[in-house]
Design a binder for this molecule. Sequence first.
Ligand SMILES: *[C@@H]1O[C@H](CO)[C@@H](O)[C@H](O)[C@H]1NC(C)=O
Length: 271
Amino acid sequence: MRPAFQWLLLLICQACLLNPATTQNVCPRPPPEDNTELIGGQLFFEPGTEISLSCSQGYSHSGGSRKITCKKNGEWTERFLQCSPKRCSVPESPQNGKAEFDKIVYKSVITFNCNNGYNLVGANSSTCLHTGQWSDPTPQCEPVLCGLPYIPPNAKIVYDKQFTGYTVPFSFGGKYECFPPMAAIGEQRATCTEDGTWTDPPECILVKCPEPSPIENGFLSFAESREYGYKEKVKYGCTHPYILDGLAEVECQETGSWSKIPTCKGINGTI
Ligand SMILES: *[C@@H]1O[C@H](CO)[C@@H](O)[C@H](O)[C@H]1NC(C)=O
């Protein structure tokens, strides 16, 4: 052999002796991507190493292989693992309220509302957690309560229904009635409103009707010539041979006027 060729061989052999790791690339730890990640702390991987990726917290495997392999050039093979956010259960609406939501997957937030006249007791929103559970349970919608209503002087209240205790729920009500001869001015209906207060009560005032007027061919029986109070009654009659057209009894109304006064008509229909 010629010396130059020997030198060449020697150089080649020295290259052969070098550590293979320094001639090949290593793969760096694969970074988290598209909700996939590597569990464990290893930072570098030898070419040819196959590892399994996992879905990030709150996501679950929805397709594709978990495996990736470190290639000779120090890059990883393509990632195929697909991970989708976990689903939470369809939320229940509270009774007398509702749950509003768009999506119900990891990180979704739902909000709860109560109908008018109901107060929300509990959390007004809930978040879908990485476990697939809601962070907060469905709240309660409790009816707004009113205390007992104010009853103005000379009045009573007749409730729609009997109840016990000292509170009633929203929309419960009754009717104010003034003791005659007082009559109610204002709204007689009493209602527990959605803000927990009662509607305004009426005022009971003394109502008078004027002295009842006489009628032709008729008379007032048992009537004194005076003003009459609300709900007081007088009675009309007809002289013979006239007969009454209308109700004999008239009543003083809360407006301060009498109910319809009858007339006296002849037998043949003429007055
Ligand atoms: C929900 O409740 C929080 C406090 O608990 C409050 O700050 C927020 O305004 C409420 N949101 C709604 C929409 O009522």
